[in-house]
Design a binder for this molecule. Structure first.
Ligand code: ATP
Ligand code: MG
Ligand code: MG
Ligand code: MG
Length: 440
């Protein structure tokens, strides 16, 4: 992409309304623009990041065996009357009336909608399990939308739902999601720790929130150091092997890791040595929850079991804050110059800076490198503006592409360009071919 054709409305000033670094940087880097409180347009650069996050979520959901579909944003109130949540949900729900005076709502979540879909066509235990998910916009009329996309009113969520014949198989599904989330967040370069969450009326340990440690997080977290250091790495997981999934699940839930909702200081001190206790702040990026028959019972989503009896389906729901992650990633990876994107979610793999736009030899060298990077499958943002070098560097540092190739007449005389790592700041001079080879 040539910057002269792109739409990258970077801001020079730091926007006064933004209280945290990710919000400031998303505005400054021209990633988002507020439409109204807690509602944003995703400008080209931000939209690219959002799609890369979404793509990783899709790949890891499908890897674990969950099946994508797409449910609407607008739902009929009657479904929520069936579950009893229409009145219970309160003012966070955006209620809408259509021209026929029918009550509708903009979905804050989709348990009712998916339960209706499943009950319409699933009748026997032989049809189960089913793991279904979508990535769709949600609306919650938050009292205090803030921190940009981190607490928006309209936001993009991945929500999955499991349908099983009984509690034991439902918990197997639950464990699969926990394990799938580990790789999902690791692939984004994030350390997201599963922490025990409030389990609601069903009890048991089957509710976890995934928290990214960050000073600006809204939750207090209390965690045993070794839990925060665990890593799945590139270990292949056979999701069809319940024992293997269970073993990973057990490792990751073996130590103390709780948020302020579930924290118990006495237990923390009894179970964890003083030097191992980490008290920090965290951002909730995911939440998984086994809720049994909470919706299937009132909504009559039943299956016939092997014994011929009709019984309600056992379910859980599994969320990931897709749009919140864009902010969380920046909170976790930036410096005073701007964003530092991990390679896995970066909007472009490299930036190409032409130090002397209009100089025939430099322009030609840039065009050549640009074409070769594209041929190698790399997306490059080519700064082909007639700007001074300082301004071009500042833009590249602000938007945080992992690599910058700098091309100028002086280097070209020696047959070299400069390759700079955004993360380390280190530069090396290389022949253009070698710079391309390093990135490919
Ligand atoms: P929070 O505690 O931050 O209000 P929640 O517990 O209400 O979140 P869930 O119902 O668990 O949210 O939704 C699943 C995921 O959706 C959350 O883990 C979070 O990552 C994301 N999410 C929830 N509310 C918002 C929001 N207002 N803006 C952006 N993302 C959100
Ligand atoms: Mg909430
Ligand atoms: Mg929460
Ligand atoms: Mg939650």
């Amino acid at each position: 992409m040539r910057l002269t054709r792109y739409f990258l409305p970077v801001l020079k000033e730091t926007p006064a309304e933004a209280q945290i670094v990710s919000h400031r940087l998303m505005l400054r880097a021209g990633m988002i623009r507020q439409s109204s409180a807690g509602i944003y347009s995703w400008l080209p650069l931000g939209y690219k990041v959002l799609r890369r996050i979404e793509q990783i979520v899709h790949e890891e959901q499908e890897r674990m065996g969950a099946v994508p579909l797409l449910m609407p944003t607008i739902q009929p109130a009657d479904l929520w009357r069936e579950s009893g949540r229409y009145d219970a949900y309160g003012p966070e729900m955006l209620r809408i009336r259509d021209r026929h005076e029918r009550d509708m709502l903009y979905g804050p979540t989709n348990e009712e909608q998916i339960t209706e879909i499943v009950r319409a066509s699933v009748g026997s235990y032989r049809d189960l399990p089913k793991l279904l998910y979508h990535i769709q916009w949600k609306f919650r009329d938050e009292v205090r939308p803030r921190f940009g996309v981190m607490r928006g009113r309209e936001f993009l969520m991945k929500d999955a739902y499991s349908f099983d014949v009984d509690r034991e198989t439902a918990l197997q599904s639950y464990r699969k999601f926990l394990v799938a989330y580990l790789r999902t967040f690791e692939r984004m370069g994030l350390k997201a720790v599963p922490m025990r969450a409030e389990s609601g009326p069903i009890g048991g340990d089957y509710a976890h929130e995934f928290l990214v440690l960050a000073e600006t997080g809204e939750s207090g977290v209390f965690v045993e150091k070794r839990m925060a250091d665990l890593s799945l790495g590139d270990r292949a997981v056979n999701f069809d092997d319940p024992a293997e999934v269970q073993a990973i699940f057990d490792d990751w839930t073996s130590g103390y890791a709780r948020t302020d909702d579930t924290h118990d200081q006495a237990v923390f001190e009894a179970e964890v040595a003083a030097g191992e206790r980490v008290e920090a702040r965290g951002i909730e990026v995911g939440h998984i929850f086994y809720f049994g028959t909470k919706y299937s019972e009132p909504m009559q989503a039943l299956v016939t079991g092997p014994d011929g009896e009709r019984a309600p389906i056992h379910s859980g729901s599994y969320g990931i804050g897709v749009s919140r992650l864009a902010g969380a990633l920046i909170e976790a990876s930036h410096d005073d110059k701007g964003i530092i994107w991990p390679e896995s979610v970066t909007p472009f793999q490299a930036g190409l800076v032409n130090l002397k736009q209009g100089d025939a030899a430099t322009d030609a060298a840039c065009e050549d490198i640009y074409g070769k990077l594209a041929a190698a499958g790399l997306e490059t943002l080519y700064d082909d503006r007639s700007e001074r070098a300082g301004a071009k560097f500042a833009t590249m540092e602000l938007i945080g592409l992992p690599w910058r190739i700098t091309v100028g007449p002086r280097g070209l005389k020696q047959g070299v360009v400069e390759l700079t790592s955004r993360r380390s700041g280190e530069s090396v001079e290389l022949a253009p071919e070698d710079a391309i080879a390093r990135l490919a």
